[in-house]
Structure formats: structure tokens, C-alpha cells
Design a protein around this ligand. Structure first.
Ligand code: OXC
Length: 416
């Protein structure tokens, strides 16, 4: 990094490949589909990192499989991806965005890795990142914890890939393991390291529901977000030392601010990837809402205001979370329970104000006015309009989840 009078140069070079910016997405979050990858291409990210690809397309593990909470997130996505053939077709188009494309390669068994890598390397990604650390495939241990298997696998992939090759490792928690893996990586060898994947097989429990929060593997999943930053920094530092600073490291884990990224650079990283925080950046959050209603002269304003605020909560819940899936043949709702039918929770609560305009409604003194639907329905449009005012993107689908936001942003860009 260099600093001149009025600009900061945040470019970097990894294994001979120049990155216009040393910040990029981490493989996993919002980099599965063509739309998501193209959105990265249009964005200012320093590279486009694909979701880890497997031999066949995968829908991934059953829902719920991702759960954000105050300390970060837990996931057990189970490698949902389009399959390597689809990415082989996509990569040439992604290269037109004129920033490095990193193809992340995974597999369900050792033989998958070289097979995928051979084909993918031919379509010209700038770098290949071999994922040795997905914790979420039931019955498949993380390869990175088996040093012999890792070495065998890297050698086989190395033999079929000419471009810079790196590995995405799981976190290690003991210097003996850092040393053992560093030996493997020097022998194999690789050109760069991505450190770290999520902290595997963590468990988050919701005490109110007396239940784990994700379904696959009995609730065990990969931990991401702010809580894992110290573990990530320790791994970046340990491998930087083991290689005497002679291998480029991409730091991943707990990066949500410039300071977090800077800490990774201080630990020894040349670039930084952003996972959980990138996913959350497309989450729409309502911070404050004011509802103005005219329902005549309320006999008990407090009750009416409470009713209005309740309606606003329902409206925001509908706008941002509730996704009722109907069986089109019989018209019944097929979301089986509140695990797969999300609603607004206490932590999503916003500052809500109700203003009543106490005017006579023109009827006789005893006439009554409803205040049920009126405050709910416009709330949905108000949220969508606020999104439009903030981003310039019109959302026409509910609930406004990150994928809907991404599609709306792409649409706005096309129309511009
Ligand atoms: N790490 C991965 O390598 N993959 C994903 N999750 C994770 O934490 C996944 O798809 O499950």
C-alpha cells in the first residue's frame, strides 16, 4: 500500500496477479448465481470470488441453514452451487469486468478436486482457490485437518493447474498444527493462502425456543462474523511467520470495517475477503418509522396508537421477512412452521411513532372508524419507497431479502 497526497493506493499483487483493490468478497456469500457474480463485477470489489464449485450442481442442506445473530452468523449451507460446468461457462464473461476472477474449487471426494480444477483452469480464472475446509457436508470431515490427505490433494490439483493456486484453510488452534500444515504447503507447494474458513461445527442455541437455530447436522455449523476475527488474525499471523512472510495471504474472518481489514494487513495479510458482513450489507433494516393516521377523534388515543404501532410492526414483518408459500393447486400454505416462515423479532424492532390527526371524520358523533388494515398496507409501500430513495432501486417483490435487493439493484443499473 502506498499513500500519496490525495489518494490512497489500495491495490495489491498476489502471486503475480494485480488486484485493483485489496478487498473482495469471500467465497460463499452472494457469489453463487450469474446475477450475484455479475453484481460483484459491477461493484468496486477488487476481485470476483466464486462460490466453491462441486462436480454436480447442489441445492445444499435443508433450511433453516443460515442464522445471523448479534455475534455474527452460523451457517450450514452445504455448498449450494451451480456445478463446475456452469462456472466454466460463466468465467469468461466475468473476466470482462477487468478484475481478477478467483475460482473456488471444492469436492465431495478427493477425485472431484483435480477433475474440476482441470476444466476450470482451462477457462482462464486468474487464480484457483482450493477449499479444504467446508465444515458442512454431513459425513465428510474437513480435509484441511488431515495433513496427509491435504498434501495428496494439493499435489493432484497442482499437476493440472497452471495459474496461481491457493488453499482456503480451516482455522487451526495449536502451533503444532500451524507448523504441520505449513510443512505440507511448502512441500506441495501453493502460491497463496486464504485464511480462514468459518470456525466449523459451532453450535448456536436459542434459549427461548429451546432449540438449535439451524437444521442440518443437528445444528452444528460454521461460525462467521466479528467473533471469529481473533482466530482469523492468529492464523494469518502464524502462517505469515511460518513462511517468513514469503507467501501472500488473503485474510478472511470478522471483517466488517476498515479497521478490521487493517488488522488483517497488520497480521500479515496482503488482501482481505469479506463474508458475513457482505451478506448483511444487502439486508434492509428499518430504523425508524412514523405513521400518520386520521381516524376521527379517538376516545382512547393510547389504545389507538398502540394499535397503529402493532400494524406497523406487522407491515414491516411482511415487507422484509414473511414469505408465505402457497400450494397453487389447493391454495393451502406449505411453510410448515415458524422455522421456515420468518417474522420480525425483537432484535429487528425499530423506533415507531404514531401520530393521530384528531379531526372529526364527518360522520355522526358515535360513528366508528377502523384502524386495522389502514396502517398495515401503506407500511409495505413505505418500506419499498424508502429502499428506492436510499438506493434508486425499485423492489417489486416481497419480502425484500438480500437476493431480491440484488436483483432490484441490477435492474436499476440496466435501466439507468
Ligand atoms: N464454509 C464453506 O466452505 N462452505 C459453506 N459454509 C462455510 O462455512 C457451505 O456452503 O456450507
Amino acid at each position: 500500500m502506498t499513500h500519496s497526497h490525495d489518494t490512497v493506493d489500495l491495490s495489491c499483487t498476489i502471486a503475480g496477479v494485480r488486484f485493483p483493490l485489496c478487498l473482495m468478497n469471500a467465497s460463499g456469500a452472494l457469489c453463487v448465481t450469474r446475477e450475484e457474480l455479475e453484481a460483484l463485477g459491477r461493484s468496486r470489489t477488487g476481485a470476483i470470488v466464486t462460490k466453491s464449485m462441486t462436480l454436480e450442481a447442489r441445492t445444499g442442506n435443508p433450511e433453516p441453514r443460515y442464522y445471523p445473530f448479534a455475534g455474527g452468523s452460523i451457517n450450514s449451507m452445504g455448498l449450494p452451487n451451480l456445478g463446475y460446468r456452469a462456472y466454466a461457462e460463466l468465467i469468461p464473461a466475468l473476466k470482462t469486468f477487468r478484475k481478477p476472477v478467483i475460482a473456488s474449487v471444492a469436492g465431495l471426494c478427493e477425485d472431484d478436486f483435480p477433475e474440476i480444477a482441470r476444466t476450470i483452469a482451462r477457462v482462464g480464472p486468474d487464480l484457483v482457490e482450493v477449499n479444504l475446509s467446508c465444515p458442512n457436508i454431513p459425513g465428510k470431515p474437513q480435509i484441511g485437518y488431515d495433513f496427509e490427505a491435504s498434501e495428496r490433494l494439493i499435489r493432484r490439483v497442482r499437476a493440472v493447474v497452471a495459474c496461481p493456486l491457493g488453499v482456503k484453510l480451516p482455522p487451526y488452534f495449536d502451533p503444532a498444527h500451524h507448523a504441520a500444515m505449513a510443512k505440507v504447503l511448502k512441500r506441495a507447494p501453493v502460491d497463496f493462502l486464504s485464511l480462514i474458513n468459518s470456525v466449523g461445527n459451532a453450535l448456536v442455541i436459542d434459549p427461548d425456543r429451546e432449540s438449535v437455530v439451524i437444521k442440518p447436522k443437528g445444528g452444528f455449523g460454521g461460525l462467521g462474523g466479528p467473533g471469529i476475527k481473533p482466530v482469523a488474525l492468529a492464523n494469518v499471523r502464524a502462517f505469515w511467520k511460518a513462511f517468513d512472510g514469503r507467501i501472500p495471504i488473503i485474510g478472511v474472518g470478522g471483517v466488517a470495517s476498515g479497521t478490521d481489514a487493517f488488522e488483517h494487513l497488520l497480521a500479515g495479510a496482503s488482501a482481505v475477503q469479506i463474508g458475513t458482513a457482505y451478506l448483511l450489507s444487502y439486508n434492509v433494516k428499518v430504523l425508524k418509522m412514523v405513521a400518520v393516521n386520521d381516524c376521527g377523534i379517538p376516545i382512547n388515543p393510547l389504545t389507538v396508537e398502540s394499535q397503529v404501532i402493532g400494524c406497523m410492526i406487522q407491515g414491516v414483518s411482511w415487507a422484509l421477512w414473511e414469505n408465505r408459500i402457497l400450494d397453487r393447486n389447493v391454495g393451502t400454505m406449505v411453510n410448515p412452521n415458524l422455522e421456515s416462515y420468518k417474522i420480525l423479532s425483537a432484535s429487528d424492532m425499530f423506533e415507531a411513532h404514531s401520530l393521530l390527526t384528531p379531526v372529526a371524520n364527518g360522520g355522526q358523533n358515535t360513528s366508528t372508524a377502523g384502524i386495522g388494515e389502514p396502517p398495515i398496507t401503506p407500511t409495505l409501500a413505505a418500506v419499498a419507497n424508502a429502499v428506492y430513495n436510499a438506493t434508486g432501486a425499485r423492489v417489486r417483490r416481497l419480502p425484500i431479502t438480500p437476493d431480491v435487493m440484488l436483483a432490484a439493484l441490477a435492474d436499476a443499473k440496466r435501466r439507468a
